[in-house]
Design a protein around this ligand. Structure first.
Ligand SMILES: *Cc1c(COP(=O)(O)O)cnc(C)c1O
Length: 473
């Protein structure tokens, strides 16, 4: 196991070589036992370089993690977000330039997705869902809809959807999908009554399929008095092509840290802005950023607001990266990104056509699913085994066992930032693995063969969390 930086500590060892300057007083409370590692600069450099080499990120290789949109994050976004004018801005001063950038980011998102307003406060996709559901709640309560406590969620939905429903005080009710991958309209109709607050839908859904009946679905839900919530974490397929507001969605969250190119993974920080149609704008988290005569200011005068959901204006660093990305791409660049994301997914799918089973054979959007059900039946090789074997070929495994409605599921999302060469190399690896499954299944079942961590117990960390590095007793 890799040591902690503290274990390299030797009394009196230092990592800095700065000349001695007169002491600066920061007014921190004096604490004798502040436990900081005493290490040399080379210890620090080697330790963290070593750790980074054990990790796998989008900068180390192809990362086809379905639903997570692991696209390349241009370094210029980092440089812009790290400018001293931004990192040194203090919330209490409400820096005008920053307010303008946040305002402009909101306007761009409104244009791309068709909404009247966006709040940039939520810190993640799931936080956006929670915020959006509170908005739906506030809307119904304002109209006396106290009974509206049901949110309909298709069985293909991301796990955060039902979880956010529960957190926001709703009951989530599962709606079936048809064998073709779309929402079962008959099942939907069965569940529509005046207890329904709304429907949450991802479009394209987690199978990578566009819901063709969306206009009819929207009409049915609206007729029943419900609102439509768009889980926009899959927006990478639709930028500049289709707008959720035009499909009838009243509320939508985005994942800036997926679609809009901020690095993610490892728990944050992220940003999950929530867009709303005009009638929901009064309930948005306060404050909102408004503009009068070219002046930008915080408007806290929102008597119906659900309240704040984040300090300051959200995770501003992530928003700045998205702003830079939006400005650099422009509307034609965003559309091109979505077109290429869809093309790349379909290219891989076409190349694997004869070697793997596709439960939804139609043209996909930005991602698709494979089922290893038959490999399991015939050779005892599971989706997990294939994912682990991909690690031997140098790839981050795709998403597995999600969505839940596909047995032995592998979910692949290449994104637009990969070249044809890298897509081809990935296809070659998967084609080889398909051969191995038939000729040497044990090789696949015992993978990975070179990883530092091979097959950890998948639930142990959840069931028996042990968060102390040093064992006590
Ligand atoms: C990633 C994702 C989410 C949740 O986003 P977080 O930022 O991880 O909270 C929700 N829905 C879908 C479809 C996703 O892919």
């Amino acid at each position: 196991m890799e040591k902690l930086i503290f274990e390299y500590s030797r009394k009196g060892r230092k990592a800095h070589t700065l000349p001695v300057a007169p002491p600066v007083k920061f007014g921190l409370p004096a604490r004798k036992s502040l436990c900081l590692p005493e290490v040399s600069e080379i210890d620090v450099a080697r330790h963290y370089t070593g750790l980074s080499r054990q990790n796998y990120g989008i900068d180390s290789g192809f990362y086809p993690l379905g639903s997570c949109t692991m696209k390349y994050n241009p370094k210029i976004n980092e440089q812009i977000a790290a400018l001293a004018d931004f990192t040194g801005a203090h919330p209490a001063e409400n820096p005008r330039a920053l307010l303008k950038i946040l305002y402009d980011t909101e306007r761009m998102l409104c244009q791309i997705f068709g909404y009247a307003r966006f709040t940039l406060q939520p810190a993640a996709g799931a936080h956006g869902e929670f915020t959006g559901l509170l908005l739906i709640r506030a809307y119904h309560l304002d109209r006396g809809g106290v009974k509206r406590l049901k949110i309909l969620v298709p069985d293909a939905a991301h796990g955060t959807n039902p979880a956010s429903c529960a957190l926001a005080g709703f009951q989530s009710v599962t709606i079936k999908s048809l064998s073709g991958g779309g929402v079962d309209l008959e099942d939907l109709k069965q569940h529509l009554d005046d207890n329904v607050a709304g429907l949450m839908l991802t479009n394209p859904n987690t199978l990578g399929l566009f819901e063709k009946n969306i206009l009819e679905i929207a009409e049915l839900v609206h007729q029943a008095g419900g609102l439509l919530y768009y889980d926009g974490a899959n927006a990478n397929a639709t930028m500049g092509i289709a707008r959720p507001a035009d499909m009838g969605f009243d509320v939508c969250h985005l994942n800036l840290h997926k679609t809009f190119s901020a690095p993610h993974g490892g728990g944050g920080p992220g940003s999950g802005p929530v867009g709303v149609v005009e009638k929901l704008a009064p309930y948005l988290p306060r404050p909102v950023i408004d503009r009068r005569d070219d002046k930008y200011f915080l408007n806290d005068n929102l008597p119906k607001s659900i309240g704040k959901v984040h300090s300051f204006y959200g995770n501003v660093g992530v928003i700045l990266k998205a702003y830079a990305y939006l400005k650099i791409q422009g509307s034609s660049g965003l559309k091109r990104a979505s077109e290429l994301a869809v093309l790349n997914a379909n290219y891989i799918k076409a190349r694997l056509q004869d070697a793997y089973d596709f439960p939804y054979p139609q043209v996909c959007q930005h991602e698709f699913v494979i089922s290893a059900k038959n490999f399991k039946k015939q050779h005892g090789v599971t989706a997990l085994d294939i994912a682990k074997r991909l690690m031997d070929y140098g790839y981050h495994p795709p998403t597995v066992y999600f969505p839940l409605i596909v047995s032995e599921c592998l979910m692949i999302e290449p994104t637009e930032t990969e070249s044809k060469e890298s897509l081809d190399a990935f296809c070659e690896a998967l084609l080889k693995i398909a051969e191995e499954i038939k000729t040497a299944p044990e090789l696949v079942k015992s993978a990975p063969h070179n990883a530092i961590v091979g097959r950890p117990d998948e639930v142990k960390a959840v069931k028996e969390p042990d968060l102390n590095y040093f064992q006590t007793g």
